[in-house]
Design a protein around this ligand. Structure first.
Ligand code: AHM
Ligand code: MG
Length: 342
């Protein structure tokens, strides 16, 4: 493959009129912030960055030092470029408008600064997830409500995985492409154009320890996967669970599979564990752009109209035939329940 840096890729997309200069700058700034986070993550214990921050976020989760560092890096990097109206993050209760001292732009940026952070202290891959929306016309002071747009409105989405190599996986709505960080040169280089998720799979990713808390259609679906080639699905399935969504999704983008974090009864006040706006939606856009599918078990993820910035959602994404199958189990169950009531 020719030597194509992220900068060159974005400039060529701009020449083809697929992105404007502001969105190009925004993506370059996010990529630069990810390089800084990659350095901090890579230093590990040597950088004194492991362990708890001693604070919590709005979801009631304890923050790691690196959650807070990654959030600060992304905020600082994006404050002054003039391309954003506001940022929102898993680690902040409300959105963060661009300070008055800087010019404001037309985009809204959402991020999970360090997803899978429970894995940091055990040296397993973690990542940054981001989603870009347009600030609605005429809005001069962006607030939480302006972020509440369905995933179909995203103009770009991506993640950066901090693993054995650091990779940025990006879409601007024209396919999903992977860039690997050349650590010596400090540049992200295009290493995979047009990632494709195979339509069918024999691999699923789920935290099985929650099995007893799942609803009936989930129990049925996984029971049939586990039944293997003599069961109703007629094939053997393998299972993988890294507990870092970025790493699990990266595997699925590379070789297929289905990633599932379903609703469960552990905490009935929560409709899922993962967050719609800065986890499920950006991953859904990346997966759909690579030929996969994404649903909440009942409907296409990116058509959900959000009502809260930190809204949670059940997630089923990956190989399109498998997502359709899992959705079928849920819809069949709902149809049966409705006809029993009628
Ligand atoms: P986080 O954003 O607080 O790190 O939580 C999200 C993570 C995902 O990366 C991962 O898929 C999931 O939580 C793992 O959950 P569990 O520990 O319940 O298996
Ligand atoms: Mg997360």
């Amino acid at each position: 493959m020719q030597n194509i840096s992220l900068t060159r890729y974005l400039i060529e997309e701009q020449r083809e009129d697929r992105i404007g200069a502001d969105l190009r700058l925004l993506i370059e700034v996010v990529a630069r912030a990810c390089k800084t986070i990659s350095v901090a993550v890579g230093k590990g214990a040597l950088g004194g960055v492991l362990g708890e921050a001693g604070s919590g976020n709005i979801q009631g989760e304890a923050q790691k030092k690196l959650d807070v560092i990654a959030n600060d890096v992304l905020l600082e990097a994006n404050a002054w470029g003039g391309h954003l109206a506001a940022c929102a993050s898993e680690e902040m209760d409300h959105c963060h408008p661009i300070p008055d001292v800087y010019p404001r732009g037309n985009y809204l940026l959402l991020f999970d600064p360090l997803d899978g952070s429970s894995n940091i202290d055990v040296n397993v891959s973690v990542g940054t997830i981001f989603s870009v929306l347009r600030c609605p016309e005429g809005v001069t002071q962006a607030a939480d409500e302006h972020f509440l747009q369905p995933g179909t409105e995203q103009v770009s989405a991506g993640y950066c995985i901090y693993g054995p190599s650091t990779m940025l996986v990006l879409t601007i709505g024209n396919g999903t492409h992977a860039f690997t960080l050349d650590r010596e040169m400090g540049s992200f280089m295009l290493t995979q154009r047009e990632m494709r998720v195979p339509a069918a799979t024999k691999e699923f990713a789920i935290n099985m320890s929650n099995q007893r808390h799942w609803e009936a259609p989930m129990q049925d679906y996984v029971r049939d996967l586990l039944a293997g080639e003599t069961g109703p699905r007629g094939k053997n399935f393998n299972m993988r669970w890294i507990a870092s969504m970025v790493a699990d999704v990266h595997r699925i983008l590379t070789r297929g599979g289905i990633f599932i974090y379903p609703w469960d009864r552990k905490d009935p006040t929560k409709v899922g564990k993962l967050r719609l706006m800065y986890e499920a939606n950006p991953m859904s856009l990346l997966i759909e752009q690579a030929g996969g599918a994404s649903s909440n078990g009942r409907m296409r993820m990116m058509e959900i109209v959000p009502t809260q910035l930190h809204q949670r959602v059940p997630v089923f994404l990956g190989s399109r035939e498998e997502v359709a199958k899992a959705t079928e189990y849920h819809l069949a169950h709902d149809a049966k329940a409705t006809s029993a009531v009628a």
